[in-house]
Design a protein around this ligand. Structure first.
Ligand code: ADP
Ligand code: MG
Length: 238
C-alpha cells in the first residue's frame, strides 16, 4: 500500500528556501504528476520523498508510517531515472537484476523476477544485449524494469522522457500509463511538460517557487484554475 503524505515539508539549502512548507496527500494507487517551470523545486520535492535529500523540517509518511528519518533503501520506493542511468558494460539482464543482487536475493529468485519484469515490458528477447544495442525506448524500458523488480510501494519518475525524441515520448507516455494500469502501484511523475501532465495524471500538483498553486484532476485544473498562474501554465502548452 503506497499512500504518500507530506506534512509541512520544508527544505532549505543554506539560506535558500526551496520548499517553504508543503502539505500533500497522494492516495494509494494514484498517478500524481508534479508540474511546474524549471527551477520550481520538482526534483527537490521528489528527492525528499525518495530520501535522497533530508527535509529541513516536516514529515514524510509512506503508507501511514513516518519515513522522514529512513534511508532511501528502506522507504520501499523505486526511482526511475533517464535511460542514460543504465550501466553500459552490463547486459539488460544484469541491469534489471542489479537492485536484487544488491539485496542479496538467491540467483533463481532473481532470474524469475527479471523474467517477469521483462515480460511486462516486452524485453524478453533483449536480455542478453547491452544498452548500446537497444533503441531509446527499449533503454527506457530497462530503466523501468530495474525499478519494477523491487516491487516498490510507489514509483518516482523524474522527467524520465526528456532525452527521447517527440514521437518516442508519446509512445513511452502511453506505456507508462499502461504500466500504471497493470500494476496499480502509486506513481509520482515529475515533468515541466503540461501535455504530459494533462494526459497522464489522476492528480496534478502545480508547483511554483516551491509552493503548491493547486492540486486537482486535469479536468478540474482546466475548467477551474484557482489563479492566473495555473490558468496560464495549463492553458499554454510549450
Ligand atoms: P526543478 O526540478 O523544478 O527544475 P529543482 O528542485 O532542481 O527544480 O531546484 C529548485 C531550486 O533549488 C533551484 O533554485 C535550484 O538551484 C536549487 N537547488 C536544488 N538542489 C540544490 C542543492 N543541492 N544546493 C543548492 N541549491 C539547490
Ligand atoms: Mg528537475
Amino acid at each position: 500500500m503506497g499512500s504518500i503524505t507530506l506534512q509541512r515539508v520544508n527544505k532549505a539549502f543554506g539560506d535558500l528556501t526551496v520548499i517553504p512548507a508543503i502539505d500533500l496527500e497522494i492516495a494509494d494507487g494514484e498517478f500524481a504528476v508534479f508540474v511546474g517551470p524549471s527551477g520550481c523545486g520538482k526534483s527537490t520535492l521528489l528527492r525528499l520523498i525518495a530520501g535522497l535529500e533530508d527535509v529541513t523540517s516536516g514529515a514524510i509518511l509512506i503508507d501511514g508510517k513516518d519515513t522522514t528519518a529512513l534511508p532511501p533503501a528502506r522507504r520501499g520506493l523505486s526511482m526511475v531515472f533517464q535511460s542514460y542511468a543504465l550501466y553500459p558494460h552490463m547486459s539488460v539482464r544484469a541491469n534489471i537484476a542489479f537492485p536484487l543482487k544488491m539485496a542479496r536475493l538467491p540467483a533463481a529468485e532473481i532470474e524469475a523476477k527479471v523474467q517477469a519484469a521483462a515480460r511486462t515490458l516486452n524485453l524478453t528477447d533483449y536480455l542478453d544485449r547491452k544498452p548500446r544495442q537497444l533503441s531509446g525506448g527499449q533503454r527506457q524500458r530497462v530503466a523501468i524494469g530495474r525499478a519494477i523488480v523491487r516491487q516498490p510501494e510507489a514509483f518516482l519518475f523524474d522527467e524520465p522522457l526528456s532525452n527521447l525524441d517527440a514521437a518516442l515520448r508519446v509512445q513511452m507516455r502511453l506505456e507508462i500509463s499502461e504500466l500504471h494500469q497493470a500494476l496499480g502501484t502509486t506513481m509520482i511523475y515529475v515533468t515541466h511538460d503540461q501535455v504530459e501532465a494533462m494526459t497522464m495524471a489522476d492528480k496534478i500538483v502545480v508547483l511554483n517557487r516551491g509552493n503548491i498553486e493547486q492540486v486537482g484532476s486535469p479536468l478540474d485544473l482546466y475548467r477551474r484554475p484557482d489563479n492566473l498562474f495555473v490558468a496560464g501554465f495549463i492553458g499554454s502548452p510549450k
